[in-house]
Design a protein around this ligand. Sequence first.
Ligand code: HEM
Length: 393
Amino acid sequence: MQIQSNKEQLHAPFHWYRTMRATQPVFQSPDWGGWQVFRYADVARVLSEHATFSSNGQRMAQSGEFDVESDPLESSILRMDPPRHRQLRTLVSQAFTPRMVAQLEPRITTITNELLDHVTTTGEMDVVRDLAYPLPVTIIAELLGIPAELREEFKRWSDAIVAGDEGLTQQERSALIQEIKGMYGYFTEVLEERRQHPQNDLVSALLTAEVDGQHLSNVELLGFCGLLLVAGNETTTNLLGNMVLCFDENPGLVERVRQNRALVPGVIEETLRYYSPVRAMVRVTATETMIGEQCIGPDQLIVAWIGSANRDEAEFPDPDRFDIEREPNRHVAFGRGIHFCLGAPLARLEAKVALNAMLDRLPGRWQVADVPLEMINSFIIFGAKKLPMTWGS
Ligand code: HEM
């Protein structure tokens, strides 16, 4: 069981969300002027009603807070509206259909087992360092056709992209921007190399792909690489880590699921809901609109709190209970509408393989070490930086 300070730290955002849902569900932030929504119905609408709530990166940049230079995802499909979004998404989605992803299962299993080989005899590991980080990053690197030895660089680059700049000094901010420029430099070299020597990987496929007879622009190609790197790095890692936190909070659950593997998908879905790895997404209003009783003008930034929507009592009975048999479980952890996570089948498969392998190979009770948890400093990502655990007791 978690030590008290960890429990408080983990649960604190959810207390705040609950208060906001009850008292100020559509809230204008006095410090930066943007809006925040907390209720399930509003979050689902903001995420999916794309004509009113735009994902356009340039529009967001003009609305303040967002700085194009420090936000390479600005030129990715995540920050595009139709029709360009649909054209580019169609291209890349062919690599992520459930059928394509299912073919990766043997490779995911091999990598998972190799990673667990290093720790099974020791009886302890740092889930993040030893499994949850290297597994997805290796898979995404192989998909992109980039050497997995560059893991450390990947980690620094994607951490820099999701890092909030709250409380950072000018020097720290410049260091983040340097990291991101380093990533761009690296991907520019990879693109050039693949242009000369195409291979059987996603980067080569993107280079040859055409939309209406036109190749993707360099900026679009770089945006794709950056997005996949971050999406493959920061999200599934935290799904796996957060799953361990959920087991830790629910004594007896490991044994139950170990004996009945049909419960594995329920654990994954409920973790996605209960400790959503992506807790917020941003939009900008394209026109004036009403949300609840608030009238919001055009060009206003809106933070949609996925983490709060997934605990909304109006959608989920007894929302603070971790219930792996929750039915229905219409969480919005992967978003909603045209931007629905392209990597969802991959993330679910990686989580399934990893959890089954852990249940097979890490016997007995699992316990998160009694040390203070350090959470990732990002308003988008929810998860712990390190997660030491033991088993076998
Ligand atoms: C547990 C793991 C993951 C979570 C919780 C997650 C969450 C999300 C969310 C909430 C969105 C919607 C963004 C929006 O509405 O603006 C999204 C979009 C996206 N995700 Fe994921 N993601 C995960 C894993 C992955 C993986 C493994 C990949 C690919 C390797 C991936 C690729 C993408 C892409 C490309 C988009 C943009 C789709 C678009 O704009 O059309 N994600 N993800």
